[in-house]
Design a binder for this molecule. Structure first.
Ligand SMILES: C[S@@+](CC[C@H](N)C(=O)[O-])C[C@H]1O[C@@H](n2cnc3c(N)ncnc32)[C@H](O)[C@@H]1O
Length: 137
């Protein structure tokens, strides 16, 4: 697949000519997929069941990177709602004592990763971060 990182001094990673090749693959992959654009409270209610798996990829706590962001009390409400679901969930976030305290009722697994999206240090090395996987299983 293509990189989506662009800028005035970079050539775009996406090559329109590849669309002809990848569109049939995308169409096949999206068979039966439903895309929703809803607040997490509604999604949990709508789709929760004993057979449901939720992958939860929220904005980083108290960052303002998106049009919609989550504050500390939103994360506390999310943790509370996730403790009442019938299904399973896996949530990712940068590791921090604050996040571990909010999700203290769940399982944690720390993973190291190198960021791919425009995350270079001053000496142009990829930034390595510590993420935490939080789950109820
Ligand atoms: C880290 S991004 C997820 C990126 C996505 N997993 C992907 O790979 O493209 C966090 C997303 O949560 C969305 N978001 C913010 N507030 C939300 C809310 N209350 N309910 C649901 N989604 C929300 C943001 O708009 C943003 O798209």
């Amino acid at each position: 697949m293509s990189s989506y990182v662009t800028g005035p001094s970079r050539s775009p990673g996406f090559k329109p000519a590849t669309a002809r090749r990848i569109l049939p693959q995308l169409a096949e992959r999206l068979q039966g997929v439903v895309l929703e654009n809803l607040p997490w409270e509604r999604l949990l209610k709508l789709y929760d069941s004993t057979d449901t798996f939720f992958f939860v990829d929220p904005p980083y706590i108290c960052h303002n990177e998106y049009r919609h962001n989550l504050k500390r009390n939103d994360f506390a409400a999310l943790a509370s709602a996730l403790s009442n679901i019938k299904g399973r969930f896996l949530l990712t976030h940068t590791d921090s004592p604050e996040i571990r305290a909010i999700f203290a009722d769940f399982r944690f697994e720390q993973v190291e990763l190198s960021y791919t999206a425009n995350r270079l240090t001053r000496d142009q090395k990829r930034m390595v971060g510590k993420e935490v996987l939080i789950s109820n299983y």
